[in-house]
Design a protein around this ligand. Structure first.
Ligand code: DON
Length: 336
């Protein structure tokens, strides 16, 4: 009898928890309405400029703009240019960090790369020199290159294979390198090669520097559309399980660590402003993508090539900010 009462109480508690969660997630209709509003509001925003230090990025049409929300239940809400592939760039850094955490544990990232903001540009060499020699965090170029060097692999091919396979699981679809972007970046990435050499010289890069930089460059050139990137984020919002394919990609225990690094470093020297304005973990890329994750609820992706001073898409950040604030989704709480 006691057992029965306990089971009933447990069932009621479980149902109550489920109800709370169901209530927490806005309805698909509400998400559609807000995503459309965000798109309409910023579609004609002329702020920012395409990245041009990677010459091929300057040629991507600046007017492209898409917004996608993927919920933990696998609902997909799309507005605008959501099927156009663009280079994932620094949004990739999130998923390579997740790969290393899954393969070797969270502490490897903490110990060998560190997780501290630099307050400096994403490609700063000074930031490495000013610290203890470690690469500062996995999202600046130094830290992302160091993260690639931590993947367990004997050859460049093995390293690359692990990267593309886990990205495909996160996205739930096949992904290809955008060859024009890769060639353009590989021909011009002297600064990243320098960063790798500086790290290697202080024993803070854990594989051969030029090979590692090349694999990193390839990972940044992976083509995704806004929907695929949003499913990748949705996997983080869903405790490491792809909400569309239902495949487990990483263990849930890694997710809060991944999101914490996104919160602190996702916008580089614009991370404080982003936390202030939007209050959700996010990561940007110079291809114009931004991936934001509302923990246990949804991912919101914006894509548009023109960038602000810190290298973060102007339309994408405004659209995500609009959605987050309209729905009161800041992780720091809100008036809702
Ligand atoms: O290494 C680079 O400079 C680029 N492949 C990635 C930089 C990037 O996306 C910075 N993010 N906003």
């Amino acid at each position: 009898m006691k057992f029965q009462i306990k089971s009933i109480a447990a069932a009621i508690a479980f149902a109550a928890c489920s109800m709370v969660h169901a209530e927490e997630l806005p309805s698909v209709e509400v998400l559609e309405k807000v995503a459309k509003e965000a798109y309409a509001k910023y579609k004609d925003d002329q702020g920012g400029k395409n990245a041009d230090y990677i010459p091929a990025l300057a040629k991507v049409p600046s007017e492209l703009f898409g917004v996608v929300i993927v919920t933990k239940n696998g609902d997909v809400i799309k507005v605008g240019d959501v099927d156009t592939p663009f280079s994932i760039q620094s949004c990739s850094k999130v998923f390579t960090m997740a790969l290393v955490m899954q393969e070797s544990g969270d502490e490897v990232i903490y110990d060998k790369v560190n997780v501290e903001p630099t307050g400096e540009a994403f490609n700063s060499i000074q930031a490495i020199e000013e610290g203890d020699g470690r690469a500062d965090n996995p999202f600046v170029n130094a830290g992302a290159i160091a993260t690639v060097s931590l993947i367990k692999a004997d050859t460049a091919e093995q390293r690359w294979d692990k990267i593309i396979k886990i990205y495909e699981k996160f996205a739930g679809s096949q992904l290809e390198v955008l060859e024009d972007i890769y060639t353009s970046e590989a021909e011009t990435n002297f600064r990243n090669r320098g960063i790798a050499a500086v790290l290697y010289n202080s024993n803070n890069l854990f594989a051969e520097p030029l090979m590692t930089t090349d694999v990193y460059t390839k990972q940044c050139s992976v083509g995704v559309n806004a929907e695929q990137l949003a499913v990748m984020g949705g996997t983080l919002a869903n405790d490491g399980v792809n909400p569309v394919t239902k495949e487990k990609v990483i263990d849930a225990e890694h997710v809060p660590k991944v999101l914490s690094v996104m919160m602190m470093n996702g916008f580089y020297d614009g991370s404080g402003r982003w936390a202030w304005n939007a209050g959700v973990p996010a990561k940007t890329g110079v291809g114009g993508g931004i991936i934001a994750v509302v923990p246990n609820q949804m991912a919101i992706v914006g894509f548009s090539p023109p960038l602000d001073e810190q290298g973060n898409s102007v339309r994408a950040q405004k659209a995500i900010e609009y959605i987050v604030n309209a729905l009161g989704l800041s992780v720091f709480g809100s008036g809702k």
